[in-house]
Design a protein. Structure first.
Length: 420
């Protein structure tokens, strides 16, 4: 009896200690959280840049290609952000290459003018000589005609000879007169050809002079001057090059309608749709909040500088008008994907997935078990719990210190199942 009592006294505490150990007491490092009840939002966050929905582009010379000038350097440029009136100075381009073209064309024009003047003089001299020859031939015809009239008193043979000489002189005169008319037509054609070449050289010189005036650029309208940004985001400032195919120097944006241009990575782009609401913050004005709407979503991705992944361009229209907005301001855009006024949620760290089964570690008193859950919306930090938990239950934020042998409770099985 004494032996049995001793065994009982020692066995019971041992069994209690073993059972206590099987409940997997949380260590001091374990953190427990309760599901949070309240609004749940799914947003995609991206940095953007403000730009005007409409703007007037300020162009440099567009005739550079015809002049053989394919690169034009911006020598001077008015300060960005400056308010300008129509006709105010905007920029001046480097004229060094154009001046060289003008010098060459001026020499070509002088040569063409000299050739034209020489051709006119030569033609005048040639035709003058031809007219003198015709006058001499006309006198010769008159002389032969006089001899013919006098020969009627001569012998028939003499009359015949004089008549032949007269006819020969008359024929020579008529042929020379006809050739003179042809020579006039030929000279006129030659002069016209040379004059056409001269006019071409004059027009080319005039075009270069007109192009030279375009190298000083003035504002086409009233507005705020904003430097033009190239495809890679680089601004065209003093020292930049422009080409006849893309001669934009700067822009005058219409600040009444603004939009934010942002780029979404290929993982999140499938969530973005036109019409979604956006909360917009401004880095330049902390605390200021704007509203916007997604208006354009690119169908094709692109590789942006300093980015390894493909991104898609998204345009967000700013709701309302704000006079403090300026192009190129950096924006923080929160695109609202989904929203619930009331939902039960947990931090993403609490959720575990095994074989497409979602579960959490639940602490109930001194015991720990795995609880299957059904999830709904997921954002960057939290996950919505549709079934499996209540707001009063405590859930491990991370894996418990010891998960071996913990029971598993399935939503369709009320009785806990041994851990697997």
């Amino acid at each position: 009896m004494n032996i049995a009592r001793l065994i009982f006294l020692f066995a019971v505490p041992a069994m209690l200690l073993a059972g206590w150990g099987c409940t997997s007491q949380p260590s001091q490092d374990d953190i427990l959280v309760k599901p949070r009840s309240g609004p749940f939002r799914v947003v995609v966050t991206a940095t953007g840049e403000l730009q005007a929905k409409r703007s007037v582009r300020i162009y440099g010379p567009r005739g550079g290609r015809g002049a053989g000038i394919y690169q034009m350097k911006i020598q001077r440029l008015a300060p960005e952000g400056e308010k300008v009136q129509e006709g105010d100075f905007i920029a001046e381009l480097d004229r060094s290459e154009l001046v060289s073209k003008l010098t060459e064309q001026q020499l070509a024009l002088q040569k063409a003018e000299s050739q034209y003047e020489q051709a006119v003089l030569d033609t005048a001299l040639t035709l003058s000589e031809a007219r003198d020859n015709i006058a001499n031939l006309r006198y010769a015809v008159q002389e032969k005609q006089y001899e013919l009239e006098q020969s009627r008193y001569e012998a028939p043979a003499t009359q015949q000879r004089v008549r032949l000489e007269y006819e020969k002189a008359e024929r020579t005169y008529q042929q020379t007169l006809a050739n003179y008319q042809k020579r006039i037509a030929q000279s006129v054609a030659q002069i016209k050809e040379i004059e056409s070449d001269l006019n071409q050289e004059r027009n080319r010189y005039r075009e270069l002079r007109d192009l030279e005036r375009e190298f000083t650029i003035y504002a086409p309208a009233e507005g705020m001057l904003i430097y033009f940004r190239e495809w890679n985001g680089r601004r065209r400032t003093a020292g930049a090059m422009i080409s006849p195919w893309d001669p934009v120097v700067a822009t005058l944006p219409d600040l009444s309608e603004m939009e934010s241009l942002t780029y979404i990575n290929e993982v999140d782009i499938r969530k973005i749709q036109e019409g979604q609401q956006v909360a917009i913050g401004l880095d330049a004005i902390p605390g200021k909040q704007l509203r916007g709407t997604v208006t354009q979503v690119a169908n094709v991705g692109e590789q942006r500088p300093n980015s390894d992944a493909k991104v898609f361009e998204v345009v967000i229209a700013i709701t309302g008008r704000d006079t403090t907005l300026r192009p190129a301001m950096t924006t923080s855009n929160e695109i609202l994907i989904a929203e619930k006024a009331e939902a039960l949620s947990l931090p993403l760290e609490c959720l575990h997935v095994q074989d497409s089964l979602s579960y959490v570690f639940v602490r109930e008193g001194a015991a720990t078990r795995r609880q299957e859950v059904h999830t709904g919306l997921i954002n960057d930090n939290d996950v919505e719990i549709l079934a499996g938990l209540t707001a009063e239950q405590e859930v491990f934020l991370s894996l418990p210190a010891d998960t071996a042998g913990l029971p598993f409770t399935f939503l369709d099985a009320p009785t806990p199942v041994a851990g697997r």
